[in-house]
Design a protein around this ligand. Structure first.
Ligand code: CU
Length: 137
């Protein structure tokens, strides 16, 4: 009888170890999931094709987005005054050809399709302190 007790203890210890491993794996999985959720935040609604950026009184939100080539980026004016999205550098807007919205009234939006890979800076042409970046990769 005596030899069974340590044997049961050993089994319990093994079960505890397995439970520990399962818990560690679950935590690891959770950490990975949380991490990818965070990067989704940075990228906006990255489904490969459509990303939304809000123009607010505080600037572009998010100010930096990462998208796949061929993605459409849409800026929507959520502020109560006009804004204008334009490629750097100001005032010639030549870095990204064609990236220059008309004046966007409150509620208006503007979409541009990014085909080339690279990191592209833009600004609010009506408020030069407001900057943003679209990374296409
Ligand atoms: Cu400008």
């Amino acid at each position: 009888m005596q030899f069974r007790i340590p044997s049961i203890k050993k089994e319990r210890a093994r079960n505890l170890a397995i439970a520990g491993l399962v818990a560690a794996a679950a935590i690891g999985l959770f950490a990975l999931t949380s991490k990818s959720d965070k990067s989704l935040d940075i990228s906006g609604s990255q489904g490969g094709n459509a990303v939304a950026i809000q123009i607010t009184s505080e600037g572009f939100i998010p100010a930096t987005v990462k998208v796949l080539p061929g993605s459409q980026v849409t800026w929507t004016n959520s502020d109560n005054k006009a804004h204008k999205v334009a490629s750097n550098p100001h005032p010639i807007h030549s870095e990204v050809k064609g990236l220059e919205s008309p004046d966007l009234d409150p509620g208006a939006s503007y979409t541009y399709k990014f085909d080339q890979k690279g990191s592209f800076g833009y600004h609010d042409h009506l408020n030069l302190t407001r900057l943003g970046t679209v990374i296409v990769e």
